[in-house]
Design a protein around this ligand. Structure first.
Ligand code: HEC
Length: 107
């Protein structure tokens, strides 16, 4: 009788422990997903090395007025295909879309 109770108690503890663990990993993976970063954060990570944090340009051209030259769809294409020294597909999908829209606002 005592043994049975212990087994039940242990079993319950185990289920709780596993449940808590699963939850923790879920929130961790959603934190790591790129889509939670803002366009500016993505830009700073992937583009600022060549275009500078303030968009003023370095190895790459000044992007401060790039929105006057291209719309978001054009910029997305430039990111996808690359240009000159800039390799194609540095960022992709949602990230590329977000950064393109953000850059297109700089007119
Ligand atoms: C390795 C350096 C490098 C990185 C990293 C880089 N670029 Fe560039 N980028 C360049 C260079 C160089 C050019 C000019 C290419 C040419 O016209 O020959 C350019 C051109 C551009 C242009 C066109 C500008 C214009 O006036 O025609 C856009 C838009 C652009 N980059 C956006 C980005 C974005 C967004 C990222 C990040 C996802 C990025 N770049 C990352 C080097 C870089």
């Amino acid at each position: 009788m005592k043994k049975k109770l212990l087994a039940i108690a242990l079993g319950t503890t185990l289920v709780f422990a596993v449940g808590a663990c699963g939850k923790k990993e879920d929130s961790k993976s959603s934190n790591q997903s790129a889509s939670t970063d803002s366009a500016e954060q993505i830009y700073k990570k992937s583009c600022a090395g060549c275009h500078a944090n303030d968009l003023s340009g370095a190895t790459g051209p000044d992007l401060r007025t790039v929105g006057g030259k291209y719309d978001a769809a054009d910029i997305e294409k430039i990111i996808e295909k690359g240009r000159g020294m800039m390799s194609p597909g540095i960022i992709q999908g949602e990230d590329a879309k977000k950064v393109s829209e953000w850059l297109a606002e700089h007119k």
